[in-house]
Design a protein around this ligand. Sequence first.
Ligand SMILES: [Zn+2]
Length: 373
Amino acid sequence: MPSSLINYLTAIQFGAGAVSELAAILKQYRVKRPLLVTDRGLAELGIVERLPMEAAAVFAEVPTNPTEASVLAGVVVYRDNDCDGIVALGGGSPIDCAKAISILATHPEPLDQYALIRGGLAKISSQKPPVIAVPTTSGTGSEAGRGALISFPSGEKLALISPHVIPTAAVCDPELTLGLPPLLTAATGMDAISHCVETFCSPKVNPVADAIALDGLARAFGSLRAAVNDGSNLHHRSEMMMASLQGGLTFQKGLGMIHSLSHPLGALPGKPLHHGTLNAIFLPHVLRYNAKACPGKLDRMAGAMKCGEGRDLPTVFERLISDIGLPQRLSELGVTETDLESIPQLAMADHSTPTNPRAMTIEDCHILLRLSM
Ligand SMILES: [Zn+2]
């Protein structure tokens, strides 16, 4: 099937082979000297050379969770090479890092002033270079999302959020995900599922986003097992990439407790824990915790997934997580009781907390973490 143009918040070129449109898209946004932002793993795979574009410079030093230091290093490369736009190639980390680089390309430091919880929304203007996001995983939805998550030396993982942070364009080509290993397919896929679940359960009124979230959830639930078992199946890869994109398109409703807990845990210094794996562990517990607050929504999700009633969902997800080979407990990831000490407080301050359907308390966070060990 030929790729088709979908225009919601971002111009999205979606479909197998869509990446061949990249040069034309750069031309459309008058980018002559793009900085390519990616990570070392992808750079070593040789994907960069295969992209139909000529980069003015390549910045491949994005760590697993982008840090303030990596953003500052990227800004130096951007300026030293007179770049006029950014192509972000990779999972959520390079895309988020590129978004933050695009802010500092035209806005003064320090970076943390642009965090949502520091009043950053009003400080980010539209005067930014274009960012073209090319996802190589199906999970974060960052290619269509308005946020960038950056880890700071303080131990905080802060979200820089603004409509101006949404990439100018996204190129979603499921062929780029064909080589993704099963565990990474599973973990990123659970991130996409958790975005659809949490945005759907968010109390903010947005039926359009709700419809997108339900559709994304149905696609991901229908294809994740198959994409993990046979990574070469383009149909299931395409379904997962669409579900991931749909999760990103619904971020405007806000996330919830799964992300409130996984954001600070993912920022633990010296312990790079995969965001999607953490979300998978928290998902069944948070659904049980939230069930009282939004029983109708749980039923609608179960209906979309064709798997019984809302109260069955936690077990349905536990089975899925086990089938795709992900751990069910934090202790299996090497998380210790000491690691958890600061998490409840940081979770309460997270930007996802106000849109959890049930008002969270610090004690609830303690209980959820204990259940997840
Ligand atoms: Zn996420």
